[in-house]
Design a binder for this molecule. Structure first.
Ligand SMILES: [Zn+2]
Ligand SMILES: [Zn+2]
Length: 247
C-alpha cells in the first residue's frame, strides 16, 4: 500500500511525551512512562472492584456484593496515573482523551473475555456545574473514543442524572452511597432487557457512583454491568487534595 491508512497518523508524527516531556517518535507515552504507568508486577486484586488486596479483605466490597459485576481499570490513581488524570480533568487537556482511551482499550483487551462483550458503552454523566466549568465531559470523551477503538456502540445518553447529587470527594463510602441514591436513571426509553453495559468513568474511588449507576441500569433490565475506569484509587490517602475540583 502506497499510503498507509490515515487512522495510523499518530504512529508517525513525533510529539512530546505527556508523561515526561521527552520527544518521542510517535504520539503517546514513551516506553519509560508506559512502564511507570503500568508496572509489570501484578498485584492481587479484588475480582469485583479491582482494589488491590494486599493480604487483606477488599475495603470497598462489604458483605453485600455490589450491583456491578466487574471493574476494569487502565491504571492506578497514583504517580503518573494521577498526574495524567489531573492534567485531563483539572487542566482540561482534552487532547489527552485519545491517549487515555488507548490505555483503557488495552486494559479491557488484556482483561480478557471473561464475559461477552458489552452491547453498549455508556459514560457516567457529568454534573451540570462541572460540565459548564470544564466545557466537556471527561468520561463521555473517553467513552466515544473507546467505542471506536473497540468497535462497540456508544450511547452518551445511556445514563441520565435525575438530580445533581452532592460532590463525593472527602466523604466516606457510606455517605457517598447515600448521596448517590436515586441520582441516576437509565436513559434508554425502551429499557435494556438482557443488555450488557460497560459504564465509563475516570476515577473509581469507593465505587459509590458506579454502584448507583449499575443499580439504575439493572432496574431497567440490564443483565450485566461492568465499570471501565481510567484510574482506580489504591489508597484513601491518595484521594486528590485538589479533589474539591476533581469532580
Ligand atoms: Zn515519557
Ligand atoms: Zn472489591
Amino acid at each position: 500500500m502506497l499510503h498507509p491508512p490515515i487512522k495510523r497518523w499518530r504512529d508517525w508524527i513525533p510529539a512530546d511525551c505527556p508523561g515526561c516531556g521527552r520527544r518521542v517518535a510517535c504520539q503517546g507515552l514513551c516506553p519509560d512512562c508506559l512502564a511507570r504507568l503500568r508496572p509489570a508486577a501484578a498485584r492481587p486484586r479484588c475480582p469485583r472492584c479491582a482494589h488491590p488486596l494486599d493480604g487483606g479483605r477488599c475495603p470497598d466490597c462489604g458483605a453485600a456484593a455490589p450491583a456491578y459485576d466487574r471493574v476494569v481499570a487502565a491504571f492506578d490513581y497514583t504517580g503518573l496515573g494521577r498526574d495524567l488524570i489531573h492534567d485531563y480533568k483539572i487542566r482540561c487537556r482534552l487532547s489527552l482523551a485519545g491517549l487515555l482511551a488507548d490505555q483503557l482499550a488495552r486494559a479491557v483487551r488484556s482483561a480478557g473475555r471473561r464475559a461477552d462483550p458489552p452491547d453498549w458503552i455508556v459514560p457516567v454523566p457529568a454534573r451540570r456545574e462541572a460540565l459548564l466549568r470544564r466545557g466537556f465531559s471527561p468520561p463521555a470523551e473517553v467513552a466515544r473514543l473507546l467505542a471506536r477503538r473497540l468497535g462497540t456502540r456508544c450511547r452518551l445518553d445511556g445514563v441520565r442524572r435525575v438530580r445533581e447529587g452532592a460532590r463525593q470527594v472527602g466523604r466516606d463510602r457510606v455517605l457517598r452511597l447515600q448521596a448517590q441514591d436515586g441520582v441516576f436513571t437509565c436513559g434508554v426509553r425502551d429499557g435494556l432487557s438482557g443488555g450488557r453495559i460497560a459504564v465509563i468513568d475516570d476515577v473509581l474511588t469507593t465505587g459509590a457512583t458506579l454502584q448507583a449507576v449499575a443499580l439504575a441500569l439493572k432496574e431497567a433490565g440490564a443483565a450485566r454491568v461492568e465499570g471501565w475506569v481510567l484510574a482506580r484509587t489504591v489508597d484513601r490517602r491518595c484521594e486528590p487534595p485538589g479533589g474539591r475540583v476533581l469532580q
